[in-house]
Design a protein around this ligand. Structure first.
Ligand code: C5P
Length: 218
């Protein structure tokens, strides 16, 4: 397909959401936050009372996902769940169900559907490896666990949510391990991904680097 895709992958709190969203805005492209789909599936399953070990029930929740995006807002059916899906508990549940092949399969076509003109910026764990293996540009963002925990801490405190660096680091390391070690679509850079180490980089610098790479290869 000729519709350009910029795939941006990386671990939790690597800044990929901010970078991907801004790159999309500046290019006038659509934006897919694939993690939000896993979070929406998790929230939907939690609300339906699906047992976290009921693989069939979880896959059904993923296949029946009724969600839509409107600017910065995310809706589950008609309910604005923008804040609800960001809860740590929902993120944890999401990372658990993301290990299930049936859940990933159910969300596959939904993700492909975001590729519409004039182009797409997609962020997640497997955008460049599984969902859009022929993406125009692939970027893999990294940052040290300390830098990522510090960013997450600032974000949460800014939103008036209490947090400790200790708990955030522990949670981050657990989630990293789960994402990197799962059998299906593990977090890893595509062979042809551009690596971007952002520990000592501002968001603005990271955004400009991605735009420069895209301008050079498009
Ligand atoms: O990126 P975010 O933290 O919102 O994603 C929530 C969880 O969904 C991640 O911890 C990860 O396990 C899962 N995920 C995934 N594949 C993606 C995006 C997210 O497995 N493409």
């Amino acid at each position: 397909s000729k519709i350009p895709v910029i795939a941006i992958d990386g671990p939790t709190a690597s800044g990929k959401g901010t970078v991907a969203h801004q790159v999309a805005l500046r290019l006038g492209f659509h934006y897919l936050d694939s993690g939000a789909l896993y979070r929406l599936t998790a929230l939907s399953a939690i609300r339906k009372g699906v047992d976290p070990v009921d693989e069939h029930g979880l896959a059904k929740a993923a296949a029946a996902l009724h969600c839509h995006f409107n600017g910065e807002h995310v809706f589950l059916s008609n309910d604005d769940v923008t804040a609800a899906i960001r809860a740590e508990a929902v993120g944890n549940f999401a990372s658990r169900i993301a290990t299930l092949p049936t859940v990933r399969q159910a969300l596959y076509a939904l993700q492909l559907g975001f590729r519409v003109p004039p182009g797409l910026v997609a962020d997640g764990r497997d955008m460049g490896t599984v969902i859009f293996p022929r993406a125009t540009l692939k970027v893999f963002l990294t940052a040290s666990a300390d830098a990522r925990a510090a960013r997450r801490y600032k974000q949460l405190i800014g939103k008036g949510i209490s947090a400790t660096m200790h708990d955030l680091l522990k949670d981050l390391n657990e989630r990293d391990a789960r994402d990197a070690n799962r059998a299906i679509a593990p977090l890893k850079p595509a062979e042809d991904a551009y690596m971007l180490e952002t520990s000592d980089m501002t968001a603005e610098a990271a955004i400009n680097q991605v735009l420069a790479w895209y301008a050079a290869i498009r």
